[in-house]
Design a binder for this molecule. Structure first.
Ligand SMILES: CC(=O)SCCNC(=O)CCNC(=O)[C@H](O)C(C)(C)COP(=O)(O)OP(=O)(O)OC[C@H]1O[C@@H](n2cnc3c(N)ncnc32)[C@H](O)[C@@H]1OP(=O)(O)O
Length: 416
């Protein structure tokens, strides 16, 4: 590995019609093998970056922009109506001719230090490759299913969801979508707020990468009082696809009834016998709501949110808990932030977490596993079986499982 001494690192806020921002956008696109941006795409992307308040970092050698990195603040649901400010990392690219010189390491470690100094307890990202970020203390905290539902003549739901669905213009989701998403976001641990580029994709408008797609259609779900509580946007995959298939672009429901109602709608669309979606809940209630358990095929499983705990006490005191009890958790963190032994006392849905390095631990984990455990999405018993959670007292993993159980299903669908 080389060194970062030859580079200068500059961080600046994204700005519209700004040469530094535009150069950064073109470099980021190159890093992800996208086409060069047109003027229109540049303006649209800059607008989104500005709306998100992304802080852009570039690694420069002379005039050459060798690497890109962005960070912005968002919120993560850690309990009912509890949205924790978090730092999101995105747009990481290093030019092939500059790779493995430690540029990513430098940008990431600088950023984590700044985020921790700013008082943020959690950093998070979604990844291009699952091999990169563990070394920086990130662990998989939420994941989604790729599913395919067979909706032929035999399809039947076991119950009738309340309310109704109506077709709407996909463009209307630009205003309707954020309202519905806000309700979803308040309900599900693991949900990260949507960022600005989302809505063009969901509505079929021109995105940062593609022209407008007039094939995108949408439907909304209305509760019994006539209020919109869910939506789906989707695309017909074409007459050459067998069986004929609708692809879900986005499906967001404020509650479980709306979720099933949207699936009932999708299953009712004529001339279609298969619905595909690549962002379904990992533990999908749909499977238990249909007559034919086998009609919902799991076609893939994908990590979504990777979490890095920067402040153990603040992060774990912020989240919600179901029961009560206590445990002592020891954390080893190569970057230092989460190092230590922590006493957890949980009562009435809240934890008091105290660092006490003299305490005898019930369990020990490394920083990435702590990130995975944070929301309670993964079972501590499973992590123990994987050798990633070491038990020092009898049934310790079972106790951790009970203590960290989430108060609602852990599920997010925001890729960033
Ligand atoms: C949040 C996001 O934006 S995800 C998108 C990530 N970006 C991409 O996938 C675009 C294509 N890839 C790239 O641009 C680069 O290869 C990057 C960003 C992944 C890595 O950048 P580099 O500057 O080469 O990484 P750097 O030299 O700092 O390496 C840091 C460490 O990560 C390791 N590493 C870097 N890339 C990878 C990889 N793809 N897989 C496994 N390990 C990796 C290095 O070996 C090094 O390990 P060590 O420090 O533990 O010995």
């Amino acid at each position: 590995m080389g060194s970062t001494d030859d580079y200068s690192f500059r961080t600046f806020p994204a700005a519209a019609a700004d040469p530094a921002t535009n150069t950064w956008i073109q470099a980021e696109r190159r890093g992800f093998h996208d086409t060069r941006a047109t003027d229109e795409q540049l303006a649209r992307t800059a607008d989104h970056l500005v709306t998100d308040r992304r802080q852009l970092t570039g690694a420069y050698r002379g005039d050459e922009l060798a690497a890109t990195f962005a960070a912005f603040e968002s919120t993560l649901n850690v309990g009912p109506n509890t949205l924790l400010p978090v730092s999101l990392v995105s747009n990481v690219t290093v030019r092939p001719t500059h790779r493995r010189n430690g540029i990513l390491r430098r940008m990431m470690t600088d950023h984590l230090r700044e985020a921790a100094a700013a008082g943020l307890a959690i950093a998070a990202l979604t990844v291009s490759e699952a091999t990169i970020y563990r070394r920086f203390g990130f662990g998989v905290a939420t994941w989604v299913s790729h599913v395919a539902l067979t909706t032929d003549a035999r399809f039947r739901m076991l119950g009738e969801p309340r309310g109704r669905c109506e077709l709407i213009e996909a463009a209307d989701l630009a205003t309707l979508g954020p309202q519905v998403f806000a309700a979803f976001h308040a309900a599900h641990p693991g949900s990260v707020d949507r960022h600005a580029a989302t809505w063009n994709r969901v509505t079929g408008a021109a995105t940062e990468k593609d022209d407008a797609n007039p094939g995108v259609y949408a439907a909304a779900h209305y509760d019994e009082a006539g209020q919109v509580d869910g939506y789906v946007s989707y695309l017909f995959k074409g007459w050459d696809t067998a069986p004929q298939t609708l692809e879900v672009i986005d499906l967001v429901a404020a509650d479980d009834n709306a979720y099933l109602g949207l699936w009932e709608f999708l299953a009712s669309v004529d001339l279609v016998e298969r619905i595909e979606w690549e962002a379904a809940p990992a533990d999908d209630p749909l499977r238990w709501a249909v007559d034919n358990w086998r009609s919902l095929a799991l076609t893939g499983l994908e990590d979504l949110l990777w979490i890095r705990v920067l402040d153990v006490v603040a992060a774990f005191e912020a989240r919600a808990y179901v029961g009560s009890g206590s445990m002592v958790l020891q954390v080893t963190d190569a970057l230092g932030y989460a190092n230590g032994t922590y006493r957890f006392a949980v009562a009435d849905g809240q934890a008091t977490v105290t660092r006490d390095d003299s305490a005898a631990p019930d369990v020990s984990v490394e920083a990435p596993t702590l990130g995975s455990l944070y929301l309670g999405g993964v079972d501590a018993v499973t992590l123990a079986a994987a050798g990633q959670l070491v038990q020092h007292t009898p049934n310790a993993a079972l106790r951790v499982r009970a203590l960290l159980a989430p108060v609602a299903s852990v599920y997010g669908s925001t890729h960033f």
